[in-house]
Design a binder for this molecule. Structure first.
Ligand SMILES: [Zn+2]
Length: 440
């Protein structure tokens, strides 16, 4: 397609692209039979990249489960490449609960509404608007950029990021650092100072199935080897356990920086107390002070008068980086004898330092776009595609810049009802990404 004489500005295009992407329903149900839209979204993205002369490739891990990758050659081939990534799928949305239809891409009161508006079609759109603008203007990035838009992030990444890492490692050749979600957004501290949190660490995902085995029998008899009794004792012990605080370098640096910026005293011996004084930020940080283990499912028995031979429970555990073995040892001790452990998912966390050229470029880009604001590192308690990329030895960061109103409960919008993103924040994001990638 021929380019028009006046190509759109990236600040305008970002809104249109984010809106188009929201209108492609990419609900990930976690089941290949019902997950939908990823192929259509991948084709849309590939077309946007090809239109300006880039050479995207679509990769399918299973019918319809599509990711797109593309390399944008940079000026200095001797430097490692930078991976810029976003996922294309979204979690389900119940239309009846929303004030607008979740896949209509409605614009209202200065916000773009829709499932994926912040998680994370906003960043997909920023990346597309940015590289389309650069390519049209013939701009060469300082080093190779690898753009990757993935399927299946919302259900563990097996059909997206993990498939790409395992089956198409050539896509990541020479990549030393990666930038994606969940970071770069602003948070307003109790003293009205704005900080932009950069994700430099992620907790691990340790989903464990516990199984107790005992002697089956009749419910009317005396019985001293009951699988249900043994399992529930283990589950109660684990559920009541409070893991000790273990401050990793990222969490310590976050608390030290915020304490310095706000004057709130930071007592390393009692970080819980410091976190509690941070207002809404507390929800983001609280779970990164320790390992956690929450029992979430129970399954045993089929008839009231039959003692079953097995009983099972599932735990949602989140380990601090490098602490997953320690977590398992503690759980085994709490569970006691006669309980088998089996991992449903075991993805270790990662942590990287808040230093280097890339981190300086983020700080500088934010300073230019929002004078007076600061960047601080933090650890995400949830999971993203980054865990898959970290297995390749890539340093991973979450930096999808958004300047947000102080009173917006941003973290509640992730997977939330009426998910939305301020239009101004989208434009701000492209502007910051332009400055950041230029200096990367
Ligand atoms: Zn996401």
């Amino acid at each position: 397609m021929a380019e028009t004489a006046n190509p759109p500005r990236p600040q305008d295009e970002v809104v249109d692209i984010a809106r188009d992407l929201i209108r492609i329903d990419t609900t990930n149900t976690g089941d290949n039979a019902t997950a939908k839209g990823e192929r259509a979204a991948a084709e849309y993205v590939a077309e946007k990249l090809a239109e300006v002369g880039l050479e995207p490739k679509i990769y399918e891990s299973a019918p319809g489960r599509a990711s797109v990758a593309c390399r944008y050659p940079g000026a200095d081939a001797s430097r490692g490449a930078l991976l810029l990534h976003g996922h294309l799928d979204v979690v389900p949305a119940e239309a009846g609960e929303w004030t607008v239809h979740p896949f209509s891409g409605e614009i209202k009161d200065g916000y773009l509404f829709g499932r994926g508006a912040v998680d994370m079609k906003d960043f997909d759109a920023m990346l597309l608007a940015l590289v389309r603008d650069w390519k049209r203007r013939g701009k060469v990035p300082p080093r190779d950029l690898v753009l990757l838009f993935t399927a299946d992030e919302e259900a563990g990444s097996d059909y997206g990021a993990r498939f790409m890492v395992e089956e198409h490692p050539e896509v990541f050749e020479g990549v030393t650092e990666a930038v994606g979600e969940v970071g770069g957004f602003s948070m307003t501290l109790p003293n009205d100072l704005r900080v932009y949190v950069v994700q430099t660490a992620e907790k691990g995902l340790d989903w464990l199935r516990l199984r107790a085995t005992g002697r089956p029998g009749h419910g009317s008899m005396l019985h001293d080897d009951n699988a249900v009794t043994r399992l529930t004792r283990a589950v109660a012990n684990i559920g009541q356990h409070r893991f000790p605080v273990e401050m990793t370098p990222t969490v310590r640096q976050f608390l030290e920086s915020v304490s310095e910026l706000t004057g709130i005293e930071f007592d390393p011996g009692n970080p819980d107390e410091t976190v509690a004084k941070l207002g809404p930020v507390a929800r983001l940080i609280g779970a990164t002070l320790r390992n956690t283990a929450n029992p979430t499912r129970l399954d045993a028995g089929y008839k009231t008068n039959v003692i079953p031979s097995t009983a099972e429970a599932v735990l949602d555990c989140r380990s601090l980086p490098g602490r997953n073995d320690e977590l398992e040892a503690t759980l085994r001790e709490l569970a006691g004898d006669g309980i088998d452990f089996e991992y449903e998912i075991r993805q270790p966390g990662y942590e990287t330092g808040f230093d280097g050229v890339l981190v300086d470029a983020m700080a500088e880009a934010i300073r230019q776009a929002d004078p007076g604001a600061r960047t601080v590192p933090y650890m995400l308690s949830g999971g993203t595609d980054a865990k898959a990329f970290a297995t390749l030895g890539i340093r991973c960061f979450g930096f999808a810049p958004l300047k947000l109103p102080a009173d917006l409960d941003f973290t509640a919008l992730f997977h939330g009802i009426d998910e939305r993103v301020p239009l101004d924040a989208l434009k701000f994001g492209v502007d910051v990404m332009d400055r950041f990638v230029s200096q990367s």
